[in-house]
Design a protein around this ligand. Structure first.
Ligand code: HEM
Length: 129
């Protein structure tokens, strides 16, 4: 027998929502917020291993060699992007909180610009560092 939850009409939000840049940037803000938490924990573990001396830090050095080293670098690049994007979009949230920047066209454009700026800043950090 179908339960009440199975027969209840669903909101048509999935059918009527068109994918747009501001929506993607909002989802990305949440995803990067979660990634920042994970990155902050990994940074803390890295600092603890560093403080424990050469033997403990050897674990980090092992992770930096071979295929693991490539993954290690990709994770760091991802964390750089995550922090950069989350910060830039966080600044945009400040403008929203002040009641500015809600026009749909401008908001979509700024979403795309913030994503491009985050990629460019991440690339610059890695090229210069
Ligand atoms: C390691 C540092 C950070 C962590 C771990 C972090 C984590 C998070 C998480 C988990 C959320 C909730 C996302 C959601 O549920 O949709 C969030 C939201 C937010 N973060 Fe961060 N964040 C960090 C840094 C920053 C920075 C540097 C800024 C600003 C420059 C910022 C601005 C914001 C804003 C404005 C929101 C609210 C977004 C909304 O109202 O939907 N965050 N952050």
């Amino acid at each position: 027998m179908a339960s009440k939850a199975d027969t209840r009409p669903l909101s048509p939000h999935v059918q009527v929502w068109r994918w747009h840049a501001t929506m993607a940037s909002s989802i990305l803000h949440r995803a990067t917020g979660v990634a920042n938490y994970i990155g902050a924990v990994l940074t803390a573990i890295w600092l603890v291993l560093l403080a424990m001396g050469p033997e403990a830090y050897g674990i980090v050095e092992t992770l930096q060699t071979g295929v693991l080293g490539v993954i290690f670098t990709l994770v760091l690049i991802g964390f750089t992007f995550s922090l950069t994007y989350h910060m830039l979009n966080g600044i945009r949230h400040l403008a929203w909180d002040a009641g500015k920047g809600f026009d749909p066209k401008g908001s979509n454009l700024r979403s795309i610009l913030i994503i491009i700026a985050s990629v460019v800043i991440t690339a610059l950090i890695w090229i210069l560092a």
